[in-house]
Design a protein around this ligand. Structure first.
Ligand code: HEM
Length: 303
């Protein structure tokens, strides 16, 4: 089922409402800048310029809460999964982006199913007669139910949880050899979460406050990793995580050194999951759909 990008933005707005100037989803965020240095191993996978050994390029990272509500408290249940959007500034002036979240999977397999889920969410209110559209959808889609009900503990920091880009890409190296991969962004300092009591007591902007303070005291680092598909792993279904024992290859190190402020200071910033240089191609059709939807959302928030 082809879904027009505008209809997807409308469906997201149906869940969270329209908030002038904000992203339709992942509406509260904070931006940092730094560099990405490619690993020695990356070039064996792809000819992409920022993934050649010795390459270092500037990056911009936006951390965000899930909900399409710009005032969402960082300890609200709707703040998870968290987002990490990463923009590489390539030497030729172009940009390439990775847009990831803190859950290894997605509720549904396709853009069309995602629209159905959004409509079910938007039309199921506390006073909606049972079974609600959401009850019916989740009854038919057990993976979506697992996604929505999975424990998503509040992190100590945006820098203390791993992120997954979920949709598969095809990387091609200089010999023409191709591999299907999914990106993971792994925190250098490991995973750390708040206790329930500490999460409850946390301030509404504890995460954006914490990351600004942290980066003021020293660099904040992540490793960009490629998880490599085995023959038979599905590349067009982000709802199914590939097994954890699949080979992983470090692609490089993200080192964040400066806060660039919150969204008010970064209105023109947009990340495109489908913006890729030669050596990288989208493998999952959801990636092109996301590109069109993000552009439509950007146009609405920057009229
Ligand atoms: C068809 C599926 C999807 C739709 C329709 C969709 C929709 C959107 C929209 C409308 C935005 C706001 C864009 C903007 O105004 O700049 C957005 C941002 C975002 N989405 Fe998605 N999304 C989809 C899939 C995903 C997936 C699979 C992930 C996780 C890997 C994800 C993570 C994010 C994140 C982290 C942001 C914030 C980006 C930023 O910081 O600018 N989305 N999405």
């Amino acid at each position: 089922e082809e879904v027009p990008p505008e209809a997807m933005v409308d469906a997201v707005n149906g869940v969270f409402g329209v908030h002038q100037g904000a992203r339709a989803v992942h509406a509260k965020g904070t931006v940092l800048t730094g560099t990405f240095a490619a690993s020695p191993e990356a070039a064996a996978l792809t000819t992409a310029p920022h993934l050649q050994a010795g390459s270092t390029v500037p990056v911009t990272v936006r951390f965000s809460n899930f909900a399409g509500i710009p005032t969402i408290a960082d300890n609200d249940g709707l703040a998870s999964p968290r987002g990490l959007a990463l923009k590489f500034k390539l030497a030729d002036g172009s940009e390439t982006d990775i847009v990831a979240h803190s859950f290894n999977g997605f509720p549904v397999a396709t853009t069309g199913e995602f629209r159905q889920l959004l409509i079910a969410l938007g039309t199921s209110k506390p006073d909606t007669p049972k079974p609600t559209p959401l009850d019916t959808f989740l009854g038919d889609h057990p993976i979506a139910k697992t996604f929505l009900t999975a424990a998503k503990p509040n992190p100590v920091s945006f820098a203390s949880l791993p992120y997954y880009a979920v949709n598969a890409f095809k990387l091609t190296n200089k010999d023409g050899k191709a591999a299907f991969v999914r990106y993971q962004i792994v925190p250098a300092g490991g995973e750390h979460y708040l206790s329930d009591a500490d999460a409850k007591a946390a301030a509404a902007s504890y995460l954006s406050d914490e990351i600004k303070k942290r980066v003021g005291e020293g660099p904040v680092a992540f490793t960009l990793v490629a998880q490599i598909a085995d023959a038979g792993d599905k590349v067009d279904d982000p709802s199914i995580a590939w097994p954890a024992d699949r080979k992983t290859v470090p692609l490089g190190t993200i080192t964040l050194t400066k806060s660039a402020g919150d969204d008010a200071a970064n209105k023109e910033l947009v990340f495109m999951p489908n913006a890729v240089p030669a050596g990288i191609e989208a493998a999952d059709p959801m990636i092109a759909d996301r590109g069109a939807v993000y552009a439509a959302s950007f146009a609405r928030r920057n009229p």
